[in-house]
Design a protein around this ligand. Structure first.
Ligand code: SF4
Length: 1022
């Protein structure tokens, strides 16, 4: 029996009819003390458990002094501090903090300082500037605190210190004389709490001794105790900090283990419970504040059904409404990024009702349409892009409708039904998202947002679009709604930038925890070090005792430094007080425990990949256990078994994951690959592919493919299926494996408009916009028979560019006005470079054609065979009689083409191919002529290209034919192995490619000479 319970039992026996109030740190702790009392000492009556705020409320109630003031939650206090701070900044009253500006982090720190000062009974009048190391800071804090005090008064608000100090005054006028107030000696109270307890007791305060803690200084916040404490009933753990003085008859059952990270620590606890057949409700787990242990147990509980209660509840961010709340904040902050929205839908935290009376839209369907709509981001784009997608589905339907009867048969019917169904889904999705967006207010004329409107918007969204399936979810939803309602009620915030408003709203949910519960039968109880240890269960685990987590680093408060605290008040806690208090708190909890104690610490930080070390309290426990105060950390390290990790050890599996890992380690070792292959045919195929790829001999998995069955479709020599383009041929020359993925297997990189804050147009979009502008401009110039003159044509070109840029802006919203303007200027600069280069061109010529289509032109190769080519020529100039220049605009750098002679080893084939194709087309268009392309190549009208041109002149047509024959021969022979020149870093398939790239091919080169000789031949065509 702990000293506290023993004392209470005696006191209740002696004063059964007195009204008794025991001050407790929380109601959850009070309930446990009551149960322990009943369990260990029999019945009791007239004893109630109160926290200090509850005691204050009772004092005010009994004195008829409750008043009309509205109590505030801590996040309302933070919001108020933030508002007043902004007001004072705007008024120029806070010069010390002026440079830092308003931010939620600073508001939280200031609120902490204000609260601590007020809990210590300090007022703005006490904050004399000369007591601060920097007087300006002292003055600024005094101004803020004075405004805070006045606002509470004027608005009839009651923060926690206000409640306590009002109760202290009331109790000093008249204590609760009819009640006996009992206060645990080890309870650490702030000054106002301490004064309240004393004033309410009115000289009849009963100090309840806890279990003795020998060898450790008592924190200042504890009530004093007589020096000669009775140690007769103390357990061995009372001497944790004085192991050399422990009486030999005192016994304790202490175990220590370490684990690889907190998750494995929690698993090891469960494995020990299973192995020892300990019922869950016979054990309690304590962990330091801020550690991950409660979260790990919660996630295990959600996944495996582990029955558990949480003394401090769990953070709302782990519940579905919490994830929705924070996810929606990110969604807004990222300018309504469709990626963020899809994530919320895919996680199931956001549900979109399809319409009146209909069920929610399947998230996979909604995400598919959202992605296909290419929304990217931007509030206004959802309706437009979804409408365009719906139109395209209806157009597909119309085309299918228009097909001749019987054409396509059942398949056409299915396609028609699918197109119609998709159109209906998109319509419902658009309506749902419209409702979602309508709930979120837009900015005012100045681009600022009202906090109240946003809070109300979020309130409606998480209430109407969320999911609450568990008890934790329902509590989290209610807690979030309450907080948002409270924030919305604080309506006097000035409109502010969106980011600041969202950060403030985030603080409303950041500290919320829900589902705090006392220990319940049949469930493992998990609690914090300061709130736990009251369950009286025979087995207690204290986890997370690494030196960084406990007792902590002891950093000073950034606003109120230790020296300033000491100068302001003798009771304001310093960082040393906080460390001492934490250490003493745990020592007193451990001293109060009876039964088996298991201490543990994470010995490795898996995320950071570094070792972590035990707290001093673990070393003390080890010394106590061995009765050897001289033992050091090295001895502890040597004595402890290896850290518990992912492998549970024979027969200690806690869940399915443990069981599988255990099976994999069992002797004889199971053949995991064989078992997996036997049960999962796709994985079996994957394993076979991996083995084949690992061999020296090339196989289909490396890209040595028998294209026989597909020859008609993929071999350009074999039939009409494969019409080649210059880009396609160049890809084949650069990396045949990439060609195989894209054009044989038809693997496409996902098309998704991703939100990039630093860019408006990607290189492809920018390039095609410039192409369009130049095509329109040059068409106009050619029609008028003019030659380009920079000064004269600049306005005309700028006019065309302005229209095209505006249209692009409607399709693709820029992330900011600044970025748009910078890219717009860059485009205009490119066009200016074009004008200058065009004006100063030596051989002017006559622009003849733009965007000239090459429509499946038959191109001869060596050996009398041919293939079909398609493409578009950006521009053709007539530069002499039957003599032409073929130009392709490139908006990037000229660097990759600097070494081009004729064919770039097959990697730059376009100039030669377009020249040949154009000559053939012209010969048909102008019968009897002998057209000749004298120059064909690239024009780089950009800052990076500096207006250069790289042209291929007269080249050997026969060599081109031989090159094409050899290149296309790779497809014919099924040689699709990654080439030695593959540029994997720039490849679209980089993330999914399994070929091993050039390194892989180097290894196989020796054993597969024939294939690589075919590749090497291409190198001869410079
Ligand atoms: S990642 Fe490398 S080997 Fe694979 S397709 Fe791309 S370029 Fe070829």
């Amino acid at each position: 029996m702990s000293a506290l319970v023993r004392f209470l039992a005696g006191f209740c026996r002696e004063h059964p009819l007195d009204d008794k109030l025991l001050v407790v740190p929380s109601f959850v702790a009070g309930r446990q003390i009551g149960e322990a009392l009943a369990r260990e000492a029999g019945s009791w009556i007239n004893l109630r458990f109160v926290t200090t705020p509850a005691l204050a409320a009772e004092v005010l109630e009994r004195r008829g002094d409750a008043g009309a003031a509205r109590p505030m939650t801590s996040s309302a206090e933070i919001a108020l501090t933030d508002r007043l701070f902004r007001e004072l900044l705007a008024e120029g009253e806070l010069d010390y903090f002026g440079q830092a500006g308003a931010s939620p982090g600073l508001s939280r720190a200031l609120h902490r300082a204000v609260r601590e000062l007020r809990l210590d009974g300090r007022t703005s009048a006490d904050l004399r500037a000369e007591r601060f190391l920097v007087e300006r800071k002292g003055r600024a804090l005094a101004v803020l605190l004075a405004r805070y005090e006045r606002t509470l008064e004027a608005d009839g608000l009651l923060d926690l210190p206000g409640l306590l100090s009002r109760a202290v005054e009331a109790a000093r006028r008249a204590s609760l004389a009819s009640v006996r107030i009992l206060c645990p000696a080890d309870l650490r109270l702030c000054r106002l709490e301490s004064e309240l307890v004393s004033a309410a007791a009115g000289g009849r305060l009963v100090t309840v001794p806890g279990d003795a803690v020998v060898g450790l200084e008592r924190p200042r916040q504890c009530r004093p105790l007589p020096d000669d404490q009775d140690l007769a009933g103390a357990g061995r753990l009372s001497w944790l900090f004085a192991p050399d003085r422990v009486p030999p008859e005192k016994d304790a059952r202490i175990e220590i283990f370490r684990a690889l990270g907190p998750a494995n620590e929690c698993r090891e606890i469960l494995r020990r419970l299973y192995a020892g057949k300990v019922p869950f409700d016979q054990a309690e787990v304590l962990a330091p504040p801020g550690s991950a242990h409660a979260t790990v147990f919660y996630l295990l509980s959600a996944r495996t059904g582990l029955p558990a209660t949480f003394g401090d509840g769990i953070a709302v961010s782990f519940t579905s409404p919490g994830r929705l709340f924070f996810g929606l904040l990110d969604w807004l902050e990222n300018d309504f990024s469709s990626d963020d929205l899809c994530r919320l839908l895919e996680n199931g935290d956001l549900t979109l009702p399809a319409g009146a009376g209909e069920g929610p839209l399947a998230s996979r369907t909604a995400c598919r349409h959202l992605r296909n709509a290419m929304i990217g981001w931007g509030r206004d784009r959802y309706a437009d892009r979804l409408s365009a997608l719906r139109e395209s589905k209806l157009a597909d339907f119309a085309v299918l409708e228009g097909c001749a009867e019987g054409e396509g048969g059942d398949e056409r019917e299915l396609d028609r039904a699918a197109a119609l169904a998709a159109a209906a889904e998109i319509e419902a999705l658009s309506a749902s998202i419209g409702r979602l967006l309508a709930a979120i207010p837009g900015p005012d004329a100045g681009g600022f947002f009202g906090l109240r409107g946003l809070c109300e918007g979020f309130f409606g969204l998480i209430r109407d679009f969320g999911r609450s399936e568990s008890d934790f979810d329902r509590r989290a939803l209610q807690a979030l709604l309450d907080r948002l309602g409270e924030f919305a009620a604080e309506s006097r915030f000035q409109a502010m930038p969106l980011k600041e408003a969202l950060d403030l709203i985030r603080t409303a949910g950041a500290s919320l925890r829900v589902g705090a519960s006392p220990p319940l039968p049949g469930r493992l109880h998990i609690a914090g070090l300061s709130s736990g240890g009251y369950s009286g269960r025979p087995l207690t685990f204290v986890a997370g005792l690494d030196e960084a987590s406990f007792p902590g680093r002891g950093l000073q408060d950034p606003i109120l430094l230790d020296e300033e605290r000491a100068a302001l008040s003798e009771t304001l806690p310093t960082s040393a007080d906080i460390l001492r208090s934490g250490l003493f708190g745990l020592a007193s909890v451990l001293a109060s425990l009876r039964g088996r104690l298991v201490l543990s610490y994470p010995s490795y930080d898996i995320v950071e990949g570094r070792e972590s070390f035990p707290s001093s309290i673990v070393l003390q426990a080890f010394r106590l256990l061995r009765g050897r105060p001289d033992l050091d950390y090295a001895a502890l390290d040597k004595a402890l078994p290896d850290a518990s990790g992912f492998l549970p050890g024979a027969g200690r599996a806690f869940d399915e994951a443990d069981w599988w890992l255990d099976r994999l380690m069992a002797e004889p070792r199971p053949d995991g690959a064989r078992t997996v292959s036997a049960n999962f045919p796709d994985l079996a195929a994957g394993l076979a592919a991996r083995d084949a790829r690992a061999g020296e001999k090339l196989t289909a998995y490396d890209g040595l493919v028998d294209i026989g069955p597909l020859r008609e479709e993929v071999d350009p020599f074999a039939g009409g299926g494969a019409v080649m383009s210059a880009t396609r041929l160049e890809l084949l020359a650069k990396c045949p494996f990439g060609y195989f993925l894209r054009h044989v297997l038809r693997v496409q990189p996902p098309e998704e408009a991703a939100f990039d804050r630093s860019r408006w147009l990607d290189p492809l979009q920018r390039g095609s916009l410039i192409h369009e502008v130049l095509c329109d401009f040059m068409t106009g110039v050619a029609e008028k028979g003019e030659a380009v003159e920079a000064a004269r044509h600049r306005p005309e070109l700028a006019g065309i560019a302005g229209e095209k840029i505006a249209a692009a802006r409607r399709r693709i919203p820029p992330p900011s006005e600044g970025i748009f303007e910078s890219e717009r200027r860059d485009i205009l600069e490119t066009l200016d470079i074009f004008l200058t280069a065009e004006e100063t061109r030596e051989t002017k010529g006559r622009p003849l054609a733009f965007e000239k289509e090459i429509a499946a032109e038959r191109i001869e190769v060596a050996g009398g065979r041919s293939f079909r080519l398609r493409g578009f020529i950006d521009r053709v100039d007539e530069i002499g009689e039957d003599t032409y220049r073929v130009i392709d605009y490139k908006t990037g750098s000229a660097k990759p083409y600097e070494d081009l002679v004729y064919f770039g080893r097959g990697r730059t084939l376009q100039p030669a191919l377009y020249a040949v194709a154009f000559e053939q087309m012209m010969a048909r268009e102008r019968p009897g002529s002998a057209p000749r392309v004298a120059e064909s190549g690239y024009f780089f009208p950009s800052r990076r290209g500096e207006g250069h041109e790289i042209m291929v002149g007269a080249f050997d047509r026969e060599r081109l034919r031989r090159l094409l024959e050899e290149l296309l021969g790779l497809i014919e022979k099924g040689y699709f192995i990654a080439g030695p020149d593959a540029k994997c870093a720039y490849c679209d398939f980089h993330d999914v490619c399994v070929s091993g790239g050039p390194d892989g091919s180097k290894e196989e080169c020796e054993a597969n000479r024939k294939v690589f000789e075919a590749y090497a031949k291409l190198d001869e065509y410079k």
